[in-house]
Design a protein around this ligand. Structure first.
Ligand code: LLP
Length: 381
């Protein structure tokens, strides 16, 4: 077995998709999109599009990947603070469902390109609701000092411009407050903010056909086997109960991590055990180039010894364990997957699985040191 590689449990992905779709069915307003940035592997995209989700894309390349994986263009939304003219043109020609627009100048450029092409661009304005999602500073997005979205005090000018601009059809408002959010409270606050904004506009005679609440639902990195599927029922019930309904309005979601994280593991082999004076290192053949989250965000991923059929090896109170720093081969001190983790006694050649790596894993891999991007292995369908 050539290591490292990403191993995907496609049955778990199917079960996760069934759970998300059935939880979303509880409210006829709800439309679920998958945030392609979390994992854009063809096999994963095709499975997700078959389950009936739309796609949330942040580049022209993602739009092309989504279309070729079978997502209908009208179910594709296009977000991002820095869309290029080429990407805008590509999206307009593909007739995607909505552009999530983040600045006045972007609005003008989209309007001009659409007019030149003789089409109208469906647009949602991305609002920065100034909500602290209590998550990692690199992945929080809803605060005023962020580069994302339009601040609340600047929203009226943008709405006014969007309504009057040729080439633009204002369809709705878009929000996204951050990622890996494990409590309901930030989402409840988001609903309250959206309700308040909608009431203000209602008094001006403006209603929005679409509200997009973004993504952000977190997963259990500590116990992936215990909680393989996030609590989608609890998540959607927040919006069902707290987000005020307007006639005919659709509510869109853009879930990434919660759909794909738990079905993927990075499989790596122990190259050497190195007994330092203070520490014992398990040097493995995967590095930060293959999974950058621990190095970049100090993120925790559970590491387990794998048995031959790539399941976590059985561990009980009789299993002899030792403490290891699990490190990669890259010449950077941050190339470390975990410090002082207790694992069954390891030897050269053993396989480890780095869990919950299906989201923001392979897509964020780099070729630093001329290392190849690890392949994906898709099992179970
Ligand atoms: N919608 C928008 C506008 C977003 O910016 C994102 C993620 C999502 C949806 C999907 O969020 P999710 O449901 O996956 O939380 N690389 C980081 C995560 C960056 C997330 C960026 N935006 C990580 O590895 O944790």
């Amino acid at each position: 077995m050539d290591t490292p590689f990403y191993y995907y449990d496609m049955r778990l992905l199917d079960r996760t998709l069934a759970a998300v779709m059935s939880a979303a069915l509880t409210d006829s307003r709800f439309r679920v999109h998958y945030a392609v940035k979390a994992n854009a592997d063809k096999e994963i995209l095709e499975t997700i599009s078959r389950a009936g989700l739309g796609a949330d894309c942040v580049s022209g390349w993602e739009i092309e990947a989504a279309v070729s994986a079978g997502f209908p263009a009208e179910k594709i939304v296009f977000a991002g603070v820095g869309k290029t003219d080429r990407e805008i043109e590509l999206a307009l020609k593909a007739r995607i469902g909505c552009f999530n627009v983040e600045s006045m100048q972007e609005l003008e450029v989209i309007g001009t390109i659409a007019s030149d092409l003789g089409v109208t661009a469906p647009v949602a304005l991305r609002v920065n609701p100034n909500i602290d999602a209590h998550t990692h500073e690199y992945i929080t997005t809803g605060l005023s000092e962020n580069k994302f979205g339009i601040n609340l005090d600047q929203l009226p000018a943008h709405v006014k411009a969007a309504v009057s601009m040729p080439g633009i059809s204002l369809e709705g408002l878009h929000f996204h407050i951050g990622s890996q959010i494990t409590e309901s409270e930030p989402f409840e606050m988001l609903c309250e903010t959206i309700n308040r904004i909608q009431e203000e506009y209602l008094s001006l005679g403006i209603t929005f056909r679409n509200i997009n609440v973004g993504g952000g639902l977190g997963i259990d990195y500590a116990d992936p086997s215990g909680h393989p599927i996030p609590d989608f029922d609890r998540y959607f019930s927040v919006f069902r109960n707290k987000l005020k309904a307007y006639p005919g309005q659709k509510v869109h979601f853009e879930l990434g991590r919660s759909i794909v994280a738990q079905c993927g593991s990075l499989i790596t082999r122990v190259l050497y055990i190195k007994e330092g004076t203070v520490k014992r290192f398990a040097i493995v053949d995967a590095g930060m180039t293959d999974l950058i989250r621990p190095a970049l965000y100090n993120a925790y991923h559970k590491i387990e010894k794998a048995d031959a059929d790539l399941k976590p090896a059985h561990v009980d109170s009789d299993t002899l364990t030792q403490s290891y720093d699990v490190v990669g081969p890259i010449c950077e001190s941050s190339d470390c997957f975990a410090r002082d983790v207790r694992l069954p006694v390891l030897k050269r050649g053993d396989l480890l699985m780095i869990r919950s790596a299906g989201a923001y894993g392979r897509v964020m891999a780099s070729q630093y040191n001329l290392r190849p991007i690890p392949r994906g292995v898709y099992c179970g369908n």
